[in-house]
Design a binder for this molecule. Structure first.
Ligand SMILES: [Zn+2]
Length: 407
């Protein structure tokens, strides 16, 4: 090829690129152009709103370049478009963040309160279906809104190190954030014998339901005797009780499997069926706003056990439970028994992938550094309902909640 031909091709190329750029410039609003971002989605949003959610949107958007996160930005756009239509005004929330936790619900009080050696434990640490239903109604009436724990922090990899940053939370005006978690949603053998259901399943409509054998020996499939289906339905009926579809955190151990499936029995002939069934439920839970946390493998007391046992327990959890529920960076201490920085055990949990650590405490507590987030949760159970009325009044009045069926 001679020099002239080369020059002509080069000029043609330059022309094509330039005219493309010119066309693009015409299509976009020159005031918003930022070469790192695709302008269109931000511009569309900018027309809709100048309130907090725009700022939040742009931040998330800028952090997550369009190419990798097309789905995220699409979901956000849809959310904000919906909110715009409903004319919801967003403001930054800066007050305390409530985090409440429950155990699986008492579905059969006649088994829980049958005066056997477990009755006191069930009276102390569990709530009934009617209590949970009333609590949710009161929280809604008192302007709480469910948020994901991930809505309050932002993990970022900076120079290969994981850094935690507080995320600004913009909520519909007047709403107060509420994080909810459920501990031990494993349906241990003792739970089945004492009035909890047997497992979570999918109903014919692909909704989460429960399966149990009633005290009279009948199979019961229900959507009204456990937190998950009750909350799914409540949020369906009251969309403004959930921020962007948030539901709650499911904290799982592994020593008797998960969600009622004995996925700990690796050598069992039922293992692959159980695993498959559990995975279907896990995936549906994730699709419907639920997230997961580690509650240790063997429900051991992290404060008391040795460092080596904590390592072994955590590795086993990751292999048997983490492999089913996928990534999570949240650790919920069994017994609320926490270890503190800079202890070796604390550092291990953070470094092994759990920079978000939740304990139990009487009031909202949140500490966030660039390495970790520590949060307390209030226990909502028989003890709390019976002895902490004053402290809980901003959430609900336990006098109106307590089930007369308790012993
Ligand atoms: Zn527990």
């Amino acid at each position: 090829m001679n020099i002239n031909k080369k020059a002509i091709i080069y000029l043609l190329l330059v022309f094509t690129v330039l005219s493309g750029a010119l066309m693009l410039a015409k299509l976009t609003d020159s005031t918003v152009v930022n070469s790192d971002l695709q302008e269109t989605p931000i511009r569309q949003i900018a027309e809709y709103s100048t309130t907090g959610n725009l700022i939040e949107f742009e931040k998330i958007y800028a952090l997550n370049k369009v190419a990798e996160n097309e789905q995220l930005s699409k979901d956000l756009q849809e959310t904000f478009e919906l909110e715009r239509k409903k004319n919801v005004h967003y403001v930054q929330y800066q007050g305390p963040i409530e985090h409440l936790f429950f155990h699986p619900l008492i579905a059969f009080p006649e088994l829980a309160f049958d005066n056997d050696y477990m009755t006191k434990g069930y009276d102390d640490y569990f709530v009934t279906v009617s209590e949970f239903t009333k609590i949710i109604e009161a929280l809604y009436k008192n302007n709480y809104i469910l948020v994901n724990i991930q809505d309050i922090y932002d993990p970022q990899l900076i120079d290969g190190n994981l850094m935690i940053r507080q995320k600004e939370l913009f909520l519909p005006e007047g709403k107060k954030p509420l994080i909810l978690s459920i501990d031990d949603l494993n349906y241990y053998e003792y739970m089945r014998e004492n009035g909890n259901v047997y497992k979570l399943i999918l109903d014919p409509y692909n909704r989460i339901a429960t399966y149990a054998i009633s005290p009279t020996g009948e199979e019961v499939i229900s959507r009204t005797n456990e937190i998950i289906p009750l909350l799914d339905d409540f949020v369906n009926a009251h969309e403004d009780f959930s921020f962007q579809g948030a539901k709650g955190i499911i904290a799982l151990t592994g020593y008797e499997g998960i969600l009622g499936y004995r996925t700990n029995e690796l050598g069992s002939p039922n293992y692959s069926d159980d695993k498959e069934a559990a995975l279907k439920v896990v995936n549906r839970l994730k699709e419907t706003g639920w997230t997961f946390a580690s509650h240790g493998y063997g429900h051991l007391d992290v404060k008391k056990i040795s460092y080596n046992l904590l390592v072994k327990d955590t590795k086993r959890w990751q292999a048997e439970v983490g492999s089913l529920i996928g990534e999570t960076d949240v650790y919920i201490y069994p017994f609320g028994s926490s270890v503190l920085p800079p202890s070796e055990k604390f550092n291990y949990l953070v470094e092994t992938g759990f920079p978000v650590l939740c304990s139990v405490g009487p009031n909202p507590y949140l500490q966030l550094t660039e390495d970790y987030l520590m949060m307390d949760r209030r226990h909502i159970d028989g003890i709390a309902l019976k002895t902490q009325r004053e402290r809980l009044l901003s959430l609900f009045d336990s006098l109106e909640i307590i089930d007369p069926i308790r012993p």
